[in-house]
Design a protein around this ligand. Structure first.
Ligand code: ADP
Ligand code: MG
Length: 376
Protein backbone atom coordinates (compact mmCIF):
# COMPACT_ATOMS: atom_id res chain seq x y z
CA UNK A 1 0.00 0.00 0.00
CA UNK A 2 1.24 3.47 -0.89
CA UNK A 3 2.31 5.64 2.00
CA UNK A 4 -0.05 8.43 3.04
CA UNK A 5 1.88 11.70 2.92
CA UNK A 6 1.28 15.26 4.19
CA UNK A 7 -0.98 17.21 3.90
CA UNK A 8 -3.43 14.27 4.00
CA UNK A 9 -6.23 14.39 6.58
CA UNK A 10 -5.90 11.90 9.46
CA UNK A 11 -8.81 11.01 11.74
CA UNK A 12 -8.88 9.99 15.38
CA UNK A 13 -11.68 8.64 17.54
CA UNK A 14 -11.36 10.38 20.88
CA UNK A 15 -10.05 13.81 21.73
CA UNK A 16 -8.50 13.42 25.18
CA UNK A 17 -4.86 14.08 26.02
CA UNK A 18 -3.69 11.16 23.88
CA UNK A 19 -5.59 12.61 20.92
CA UNK A 20 -4.09 16.01 21.65
CA UNK A 21 -0.53 14.68 21.60
CA UNK A 22 -1.34 12.66 18.46
CA UNK A 23 -2.67 15.81 16.77
CA UNK A 24 0.46 17.72 17.76
CA UNK A 25 2.70 15.05 16.21
CA UNK A 26 0.60 14.80 13.04
CA UNK A 27 0.37 18.57 12.54
CA UNK A 28 4.09 18.98 13.14
CA UNK A 29 4.65 16.66 10.19
CA UNK A 30 2.21 18.66 8.04
CA UNK A 31 -0.80 16.35 8.16
CA UNK A 32 -4.26 17.69 8.90
CA UNK A 33 -6.32 16.21 11.72
CA UNK A 34 -10.01 15.49 12.32
CA UNK A 35 -11.05 14.60 15.87
CA UNK A 36 -14.32 12.89 16.77
CA UNK A 37 -15.27 13.58 20.39
CA UNK A 38 -18.63 14.48 21.94
CA UNK A 39 -17.03 16.96 24.38
CA UNK A 40 -16.98 20.56 23.07
CA UNK A 41 -13.92 21.17 25.30
CA UNK A 42 -12.03 18.00 24.28
CA UNK A 43 -8.27 18.56 24.86
CA UNK A 44 -7.46 17.57 21.25
CA UNK A 45 -9.98 19.96 19.71
CA UNK A 46 -7.67 22.97 20.18
CA UNK A 47 -5.07 21.25 17.98
CA UNK A 48 -7.39 19.77 15.35
CA UNK A 49 -8.33 21.20 11.95
CA UNK A 50 -11.79 19.71 12.29
CA UNK A 51 -13.63 18.76 15.48
CA UNK A 52 -16.65 16.54 14.91
CA UNK A 53 -18.49 17.16 18.16
CA UNK A 54 -20.76 14.11 18.21
CA UNK A 55 -21.19 10.74 19.91
CA UNK A 56 -18.73 8.01 18.86
CA UNK A 57 -21.45 6.03 17.09
CA UNK A 58 -22.96 9.05 15.29
CA UNK A 59 -23.59 7.89 11.71
CA UNK A 60 -23.11 11.30 10.13
CA UNK A 61 -19.83 11.89 11.95
CA UNK A 62 -18.53 8.42 11.05
CA UNK A 63 -19.46 9.02 7.38
CA UNK A 64 -17.59 12.31 7.55
CA UNK A 65 -14.47 10.56 8.90
CA UNK A 66 -14.77 7.84 6.28
CA UNK A 67 -15.11 10.28 3.39
CA UNK A 68 -12.56 12.91 4.42
CA UNK A 69 -9.76 10.99 6.17
CA UNK A 70 -7.01 9.04 4.42
CA UNK A 71 -6.60 6.97 7.59
CA UNK A 72 -8.27 6.71 10.99
CA UNK A 73 -6.98 5.65 14.40
CA UNK A 74 -8.19 5.73 18.00
CA UNK A 75 -6.94 7.05 21.31
CA UNK A 76 -9.03 4.89 23.61
CA UNK A 77 -10.31 1.33 23.65
CA UNK A 78 -13.85 1.68 24.90
CA UNK A 79 -17.05 1.81 22.81
CA UNK A 80 -15.56 2.00 19.34
CA UNK A 81 -14.57 -1.48 18.11
CA UNK A 82 -17.68 -1.61 15.93
CA UNK A 83 -17.12 1.91 14.66
CA UNK A 84 -13.54 0.92 13.78
CA UNK A 85 -14.83 -2.17 11.92
CA UNK A 86 -17.36 -0.09 9.98
CA UNK A 87 -14.76 2.56 9.12
CA UNK A 88 -12.38 -0.15 7.87
CA UNK A 89 -14.81 -0.79 5.01
CA UNK A 90 -14.27 2.78 3.80
CA UNK A 91 -10.78 3.97 4.74
CA UNK A 92 -7.51 2.72 6.28
CA UNK A 93 -8.00 1.93 9.96
CA UNK A 94 -5.42 0.99 12.57
CA UNK A 95 -5.41 -0.73 14.95
CA UNK A 96 -8.09 -3.14 13.71
CA UNK A 97 -11.49 -3.26 15.41
CA UNK A 98 -10.66 -6.86 16.35
CA UNK A 99 -7.46 -5.89 18.16
CA UNK A 100 -9.33 -3.11 19.96
CA UNK A 101 -12.06 -5.59 20.96
CA UNK A 102 -9.45 -7.88 22.56
CA UNK A 103 -8.14 -5.05 24.73
CA UNK A 104 -11.70 -4.07 25.72
CA UNK A 105 -12.43 -7.25 27.57
CA UNK A 106 -10.09 -8.60 30.26
CA UNK A 107 -11.25 -12.19 29.68
CA UNK A 108 -10.51 -12.07 25.94
CA UNK A 109 -7.33 -10.11 26.58
CA UNK A 110 -5.85 -12.57 29.06
CA UNK A 111 -6.87 -15.54 26.93
CA UNK A 112 -5.16 -13.94 23.92
CA UNK A 113 -2.00 -13.27 25.90
CA UNK A 114 -1.86 -16.93 27.02
CA UNK A 115 -2.61 -18.07 23.46
CA UNK A 116 0.35 -16.01 22.27
CA UNK A 117 2.48 -18.18 24.58
CA UNK A 118 2.92 -15.55 27.30
CA UNK A 119 2.07 -15.87 31.00
CA UNK A 120 -0.46 -13.78 32.94
CA UNK A 121 -1.32 -13.88 36.63
CA UNK A 122 -3.49 -16.97 37.30
CA UNK A 123 -7.07 -15.87 36.60
CA UNK A 124 -10.58 -17.22 36.65
CA UNK A 125 -13.04 -15.92 34.06
CA UNK A 126 -16.38 -15.10 35.68
CA UNK A 127 -19.15 -14.79 33.09
CA UNK A 128 -21.93 -15.71 35.55
CA UNK A 129 -22.25 -16.36 39.26
CA UNK A 130 -22.05 -20.12 38.51
CA UNK A 131 -18.39 -19.68 37.61
CA UNK A 132 -17.69 -18.95 41.30
CA UNK A 133 -18.75 -22.47 42.29
CA UNK A 134 -15.24 -23.87 42.05
CA UNK A 135 -12.22 -24.09 44.34
CA UNK A 136 -11.04 -20.48 44.51
CA UNK A 137 -7.91 -21.12 46.57
CA UNK A 138 -5.60 -20.79 43.54
CA UNK A 139 -6.78 -17.21 43.06
CA UNK A 140 -6.85 -15.92 46.64
CA UNK A 141 -5.89 -13.47 47.93
CA UNK A 142 -6.85 -11.86 44.68
CA UNK A 143 -8.31 -8.92 42.80
CA UNK A 144 -11.73 -8.94 41.23
CA UNK A 145 -11.70 -6.80 38.07
CA UNK A 146 -14.65 -6.03 35.83
CA UNK A 147 -14.04 -7.50 32.37
CA UNK A 148 -15.02 -4.22 30.72
CA UNK A 149 -14.54 -0.49 31.19
CA UNK A 150 -11.95 -0.61 33.99
CA UNK A 151 -9.06 1.85 33.96
CA UNK A 152 -6.82 3.60 36.48
CA UNK A 153 -7.74 0.98 39.10
CA UNK A 154 -11.49 1.59 38.69
CA UNK A 155 -13.78 -1.45 38.79
CA UNK A 156 -11.39 -3.42 41.04
CA UNK A 157 -11.89 -4.94 44.47
CA UNK A 158 -9.31 -6.79 46.56
CA UNK A 159 -10.61 -10.02 48.10
CA UNK A 160 -9.12 -12.62 50.44
CA UNK A 161 -11.84 -15.20 51.14
CA UNK A 162 -14.45 -17.04 49.03
CA UNK A 163 -17.18 -15.11 50.89
CA UNK A 164 -15.58 -11.77 50.09
CA UNK A 165 -15.16 -12.89 46.48
CA UNK A 166 -18.84 -13.71 46.12
CA UNK A 167 -19.99 -10.46 47.67
CA UNK A 168 -17.50 -8.45 45.55
CA UNK A 169 -18.93 -10.11 42.43
CA UNK A 170 -22.46 -9.23 43.52
CA UNK A 171 -21.44 -5.67 44.43
CA UNK A 172 -20.02 -5.19 40.94
CA UNK A 173 -23.52 -5.90 39.65
CA UNK A 174 -23.04 -9.50 38.53
CA UNK A 175 -21.32 -8.40 35.31
CA UNK A 176 -18.50 -10.40 33.67
CA UNK A 177 -15.31 -10.17 35.75
CA UNK A 178 -11.96 -11.81 36.21
CA UNK A 179 -10.68 -13.00 39.55
CA UNK A 180 -6.94 -12.60 39.42
CA UNK A 181 -4.41 -13.88 41.94
CA UNK A 182 -2.61 -11.10 43.80
CA UNK A 183 1.08 -11.42 42.94
CA UNK A 184 4.10 -10.19 44.90
CA UNK A 185 5.44 -7.56 42.55
CA UNK A 186 9.11 -6.61 42.52
CA UNK A 187 8.26 -3.90 40.04
CA UNK A 188 6.04 -2.90 37.16
CA UNK A 189 7.36 -2.13 33.70
CA UNK A 190 5.92 -1.43 30.27
CA UNK A 191 7.06 -1.61 26.67
CA UNK A 192 5.50 0.07 23.66
CA UNK A 193 5.68 -1.39 20.17
CA UNK A 194 5.00 0.21 16.80
CA UNK A 195 4.17 -2.25 14.02
CA UNK A 196 3.19 -1.75 10.36
CA UNK A 197 1.03 -3.79 7.96
CA UNK A 198 4.10 -5.55 6.58
CA UNK A 199 5.38 -6.43 10.06
CA UNK A 200 8.09 -3.77 10.28
CA UNK A 201 8.36 -3.13 14.00
CA UNK A 202 10.17 -1.16 16.67
CA UNK A 203 10.03 -1.30 20.45
CA UNK A 204 10.71 1.64 22.77
CA UNK A 205 13.00 1.34 25.80
CA UNK A 206 11.38 -0.29 28.83
CA UNK A 207 9.79 2.07 31.37
CA UNK A 208 9.68 1.33 35.10
CA UNK A 209 6.31 2.41 36.44
CA UNK A 210 5.22 3.40 39.95
CA UNK A 211 1.49 3.58 40.68
CA UNK A 212 -0.34 5.52 43.37
CA UNK A 213 -3.92 4.39 44.17
CA UNK A 214 -4.01 2.33 40.95
CA UNK A 215 -3.01 5.32 38.79
CA UNK A 216 0.37 5.75 37.13
CA UNK A 217 2.42 8.24 39.14
CA UNK A 218 5.99 8.10 37.82
CA UNK A 219 7.77 6.42 34.89
CA UNK A 220 11.55 5.95 35.05
CA UNK A 221 13.51 5.30 31.84
CA UNK A 222 15.64 3.33 31.37
CA UNK A 223 14.02 0.96 33.87
CA UNK A 224 16.49 0.09 36.64
CA UNK A 225 16.68 -3.59 35.65
CA UNK A 226 19.34 -5.84 34.12
CA UNK A 227 19.72 -5.45 30.33
CA UNK A 228 18.81 -9.14 29.92
CA UNK A 229 15.47 -8.56 31.66
CA UNK A 230 14.76 -5.41 29.64
CA UNK A 231 15.49 -7.34 26.44
CA UNK A 232 13.18 -10.17 27.53
CA UNK A 233 10.36 -7.67 28.20
CA UNK A 234 10.78 -6.06 24.77
CA UNK A 235 10.77 -9.48 23.08
CA UNK A 236 7.54 -10.38 24.89
CA UNK A 237 5.89 -7.14 23.73
CA UNK A 238 6.96 -7.83 20.14
CA UNK A 239 5.73 -11.43 20.39
CA UNK A 240 2.32 -10.19 21.48
CA UNK A 241 2.11 -7.62 18.65
CA UNK A 242 3.01 -10.36 16.17
CA UNK A 243 0.48 -12.81 17.59
CA UNK A 244 -2.26 -10.18 17.19
CA UNK A 245 -0.90 -9.24 13.71
CA UNK A 246 -1.16 -5.79 15.20
CA UNK A 247 -0.91 -2.57 13.19
CA UNK A 248 -0.32 0.65 15.10
CA UNK A 249 1.03 1.43 18.56
CA UNK A 250 0.58 -1.27 21.21
CA UNK A 251 1.42 -0.75 24.87
CA UNK A 252 2.09 -3.77 27.09
CA UNK A 253 2.14 -3.58 30.91
CA UNK A 254 4.14 -6.22 32.78
CA UNK A 255 4.64 -7.40 36.33
CA UNK A 256 8.19 -8.38 37.32
CA UNK A 257 8.06 -10.92 40.16
CA UNK A 258 10.61 -11.48 42.94
CA UNK A 259 12.47 -14.18 40.96
CA UNK A 260 12.73 -11.86 37.92
CA UNK A 261 10.12 -13.85 36.04
CA UNK A 262 7.78 -11.65 34.02
CA UNK A 263 4.03 -11.87 33.43
CA UNK A 264 1.89 -9.69 31.20
CA UNK A 265 -0.63 -7.54 33.07
CA UNK A 266 -2.60 -5.89 30.29
CA UNK A 267 -2.38 -4.30 26.87
CA UNK A 268 -3.58 -1.00 25.44
CA UNK A 269 -4.20 -0.65 21.68
CA UNK A 270 -2.80 2.89 21.56
CA UNK A 271 -0.07 5.12 22.94
CA UNK A 272 0.17 4.84 26.71
CA UNK A 273 0.70 7.15 29.68
CA UNK A 274 3.97 5.35 30.46
CA UNK A 275 5.21 6.29 26.96
CA UNK A 276 4.81 10.05 27.31
CA UNK A 277 8.54 10.26 28.05
CA UNK A 278 9.20 9.45 24.38
CA UNK A 279 8.08 12.95 23.33
CA UNK A 280 11.01 14.59 25.07
CA UNK A 281 13.56 11.80 25.26
CA UNK A 282 13.44 9.63 22.12
CA UNK A 283 14.35 10.05 18.45
CA UNK A 284 10.68 9.36 17.63
CA UNK A 285 7.72 9.82 19.99
CA UNK A 286 5.00 7.22 20.51
CA UNK A 287 2.54 9.66 18.90
CA UNK A 288 4.71 10.07 15.81
CA UNK A 289 4.80 6.24 15.65
CA UNK A 290 1.00 6.28 15.66
CA UNK A 291 1.04 8.70 12.71
CA UNK A 292 3.73 6.71 10.91
CA UNK A 293 2.07 3.30 11.32
CA UNK A 294 -1.38 4.55 10.26
CA UNK A 295 0.17 6.19 7.19
CA UNK A 296 2.12 3.08 6.16
CA UNK A 297 5.51 4.69 6.87
CA UNK A 298 8.30 2.70 8.52
CA UNK A 299 8.43 3.03 12.32
CA UNK A 300 10.89 5.73 13.39
CA UNK A 301 13.95 4.92 15.49
CA UNK A 302 13.19 4.46 19.17
CA UNK A 303 16.62 5.27 20.65
CA UNK A 304 16.63 6.99 24.03
CA UNK A 305 18.46 10.34 23.80
CA UNK A 306 18.69 10.84 27.57
CA UNK A 307 17.63 9.16 30.79
CA UNK A 308 14.26 10.61 31.75
CA UNK A 309 11.62 10.57 34.48
CA UNK A 310 7.98 11.37 33.79
CA UNK A 311 5.65 12.55 36.56
CA UNK A 312 1.88 12.61 36.12
CA UNK A 313 0.04 15.74 37.21
CA UNK A 314 -3.35 14.75 38.58
CA UNK A 315 -6.10 17.16 39.58
CA UNK A 316 -5.02 16.64 43.20
CA UNK A 317 -2.10 19.02 42.59
CA UNK A 318 -4.52 21.90 41.89
CA UNK A 319 -5.75 24.07 44.75
CA UNK A 320 -9.06 23.39 46.46
CA UNK A 321 -10.55 26.52 44.90
CA UNK A 322 -9.40 25.35 41.45
CA UNK A 323 -6.40 27.73 41.52
CA UNK A 324 -3.35 26.74 39.44
CA UNK A 325 -0.40 24.99 41.05
CA UNK A 326 2.72 27.11 41.41
CA UNK A 327 4.36 26.46 38.01
CA UNK A 328 7.22 28.95 38.49
CA UNK A 329 10.00 26.61 39.65
CA UNK A 330 9.07 23.85 37.22
CA UNK A 331 8.91 26.25 34.26
CA UNK A 332 12.30 27.74 35.18
CA UNK A 333 14.05 24.36 35.47
CA UNK A 334 16.23 24.09 32.33
CA UNK A 335 15.97 20.28 32.07
CA UNK A 336 12.24 19.92 32.83
CA UNK A 337 9.43 19.88 30.25
CA UNK A 338 5.86 20.74 31.21
CA UNK A 339 2.91 19.30 29.26
CA UNK A 340 -0.59 20.47 30.22
CA UNK A 341 -3.65 19.02 28.55
CA UNK A 342 -5.89 22.10 28.67
CA UNK A 343 -8.63 20.48 30.77
CA UNK A 344 -10.89 22.99 32.48
CA UNK A 345 -11.92 21.19 35.69
CA UNK A 346 -9.22 19.72 37.95
CA UNK A 347 -10.80 16.79 39.79
CA UNK A 348 -8.86 14.47 42.12
CA UNK A 349 -7.43 11.55 40.12
CA UNK A 350 -8.01 13.29 36.76
CA UNK A 351 -4.97 13.37 34.47
CA UNK A 352 -4.35 17.09 33.87
CA UNK A 353 -0.81 16.97 32.51
CA UNK A 354 2.65 15.57 33.08
CA UNK A 355 6.24 16.75 33.19
CA UNK A 356 9.53 15.11 32.40
CA UNK A 357 13.01 15.69 33.75
CA UNK A 358 16.03 14.78 31.62
CA UNK A 359 19.43 14.19 33.16
CA UNK A 360 22.59 12.24 32.34
CA UNK A 361 21.89 9.89 35.28
CA UNK A 362 18.44 8.42 35.83
CA UNK A 363 18.76 8.63 39.64
CA UNK A 364 19.49 12.37 39.37
CA UNK A 365 16.47 12.81 37.11
CA UNK A 366 14.29 11.00 39.68
CA UNK A 367 15.59 13.07 42.57
CA UNK A 368 15.01 16.32 40.67
CA UNK A 369 11.57 15.25 39.50
CA UNK A 370 10.48 14.51 43.07
CA UNK A 371 11.89 17.83 44.30
CA UNK A 372 10.11 19.71 41.49
CA UNK A 373 6.81 18.03 42.24
CA UNK A 374 7.11 19.21 45.84
CA UNK A 375 7.33 22.84 44.68
CA UNK A 376 3.90 22.74 43.02
P1 ADP B 1 -6.11 -0.73 35.07
O1 ADP B 1 -6.81 -1.16 33.82
O2 ADP B 1 -6.98 0.04 35.98
O3 ADP B 1 -4.77 -0.10 34.80
P2 ADP B 1 -4.60 -3.00 36.09
O4 ADP B 1 -5.04 -4.40 35.89
O5 ADP B 1 -3.41 -2.55 35.30
O6 ADP B 1 -5.87 -2.09 35.86
O7 ADP B 1 -4.35 -2.78 37.65
C1 ADP B 1 -3.93 -1.53 38.19
C2 ADP B 1 -2.77 -1.73 39.15
O8 ADP B 1 -3.16 -2.60 40.23
C3 ADP B 1 -1.57 -2.44 38.53
O9 ADP B 1 -0.74 -1.54 37.83
C4 ADP B 1 -0.92 -3.04 39.78
O10 ADP B 1 -0.20 -2.04 40.50
C5 ADP B 1 -2.09 -3.47 40.62
N1 ADP B 1 -2.44 -4.88 40.30
C6 ADP B 1 -3.33 -5.27 39.38
N2 ADP B 1 -3.40 -6.62 39.29
C7 ADP B 1 -2.53 -7.11 40.19
C8 ADP B 1 -2.12 -8.43 40.59
N3 ADP B 1 -2.65 -9.53 40.04
N4 ADP B 1 -1.18 -8.56 41.56
C9 ADP B 1 -0.64 -7.45 42.14
N5 ADP B 1 -0.96 -6.17 41.80
C10 ADP B 1 -1.90 -5.99 40.84
MG1 MG C 1 -3.08 -0.95 34.05
Amino acid sequence: MAAILPPAMLGILGGGQLGRMFATAAKTMGYRVTVLDPDADAPAAAFADVHLCAPYNDQEALHMLASTCAAVTTEFENVNADAMRWLAGHTRVSPSGDAVAVAQNRILEKSWINKAGLPTAPFLALETVEDLHVDLSNYLPGIMKTARLGYDGKGQVRVSTPEETRSAYANLGGQACVLEKMLDLKLEVSAIVARTTNAQEACFPVAENCHENGILDVSIVPARIEPELAHRVQQMALQLANALDYVGVLAVEFFVLEDDSVVVNEIAPRPHNSGHYTIDACVTSQFEQQVRTMCGLLPGKTDLLSPVVMVNLLGDVWREDGGEPNWAVLCEAPNAKLHLYGKKAARPGRKMGHFTVLSAKVDDALEQAEALKDTL
